[in-house]
Design a protein around this ligand. Structure first.
Ligand code: PBG
Ligand code: ZN
Length: 321
């Protein structure tokens, strides 16, 4: 008889045949920096996650370093928003300033800068608008200016999350011509118009004031189109591609990882985090077990880079074992 249970008999046997192991090197931790002073504001819908002002951020940076996390994804929340999101490319803006400070304090940490206008626009959309239309080509220039400004501040990786067509090629060209030809681009390639982003929009204060993001983010029904999005971004010069969200899109991660050998990231988004936290806080699930199972599943599906709000906890759990 084929006895599958033979190799499950002990912990050491199980680890000998284990196919997928998450390590802390796989993890990227997102952080929210709010312009202002003396801010440590809990995000109500994301237990354990806070908005920090730059002067209070050291405490969070220490937690990241102590956990052994090597990469963070930075979101800035400016106090001044306008129709064009012009704070996004202010060389002294909230995001640029915190990136400079982080790189001064911890030079070897990988700072990934999210590039999008929605945290900076008064209307909360990811692009330049005309009436209720979100304009594609008009948005490319401010995204490229933002990218250069963030690279100049010290960002190690530029991560466009806007989903405008052609933005990877445009940003690549402008980065190159400004002396940043060695700055990698991590493209949010298959980013779906998802209900799982709601807690993030509290955290980043980026809820659109009208309509939704369905004319630029992808339809959750489309897996084949996700592969095309990744193909396009690779052709345009992306160094790393991303699928987002992660858990409801494991099939997409698998599909994309089968089609390309480019490094693939997956974003375990805010709503996915909050559901686990809510159930854990109610005592309905074992948080550590469920989080590690989720992260392992994302990696098993094919993502080598996992962006997750669980990163610090997971890194400590991995150390314990
Ligand atoms: C900005 C952006 C969003 C997220 C990352 N970058 C939100 C959105 O598109 O509305 C979502 C992250 C999360 O939910 O954790 N474009
Ligand atoms: Zn956006």
């Amino acid at each position: 008889m084929i006895r599958m249970r033979r190799l499950r008999a002990s912990s050491n046997l199980r680890s000998l045949v284990r196919e997928t192991v998450v390590t802390k090197d796989d993890l990227v931790y997102p952080v929210f920096i709010k312009e202002g002073k003396d801010i440590k504001e809990p995000v109500a819908s994301m237990p354990g996650i806070y908005q920090y002002s730059a002067d209070r951020f050291n405490e969070e940076l220490d937690r990241v370093v102590n956990a052994g996390i090597k990469a963070i994804l930075v979101f800035g929340i400016p106090s001044h928003k306008d129709e064009f999101g012009s704070e996004a490319y202010n060389d002294n803006g909230v995001t640029q300033n915190i990136i400079r400070e982080i790189k001064k304090k911890v030079p070897d940490i990988i700072v990934i800068a999210d590039v999008c206008l929605c945290e900076y626009t008064s209307h909360g959309h990811c692009g330049i608008i005309c009436g209720h239309e979100i304009l594609n080509d008009e948005t490319l220039e401010p995204l490229a200016k933002m990218s250069v400004s963030l690279a100049k501040a010290g960002a190690d990786i530029i991560a466009p999350s806007d989903m405008m067509d052609g933005r990877i090629a445009y940003i690549r060209k402008v980065l190159d011509s400004n002396g940043y030809k060695n700055t990698p681009i991590m493209a949010y390639s298959a980013k779906f118009a998802s209900g799982y982003y709601s807690p993030f929009r509290d955290a980043a204060q980026s809820e659109p004031s009208f309509g939704d993001r369905k004319t630029y983010q992808m339809d959750p029904a489309n897996g084949r189109e996700a592969v095309r999005e990744c193909e396009n971004d690779i052709a345009e010069g992306a160094d790393i591609i991303m699928v987002k969200p992660a858990l409801a899109y494991l099939d997409v991660i698998k599909e994309v990882s089968n089609f390309t050998n480019y490094p693939l990231a997956a974003y375990n988004v805010s709503g996915e985090y909050s559901m686990v936290k809510a159930a854990a806080l109610n005592g309905w699930i074992d948080e550590k077990r469920v989080v590690m199972e989720n992260l392992t599943s994302i990696k098993r599906a094919g993502a080598g880079i996992i962006i997750t709000y669980h990163a610090i906890d997971a890194a400590h759990w991995l150390k314990e074992d």
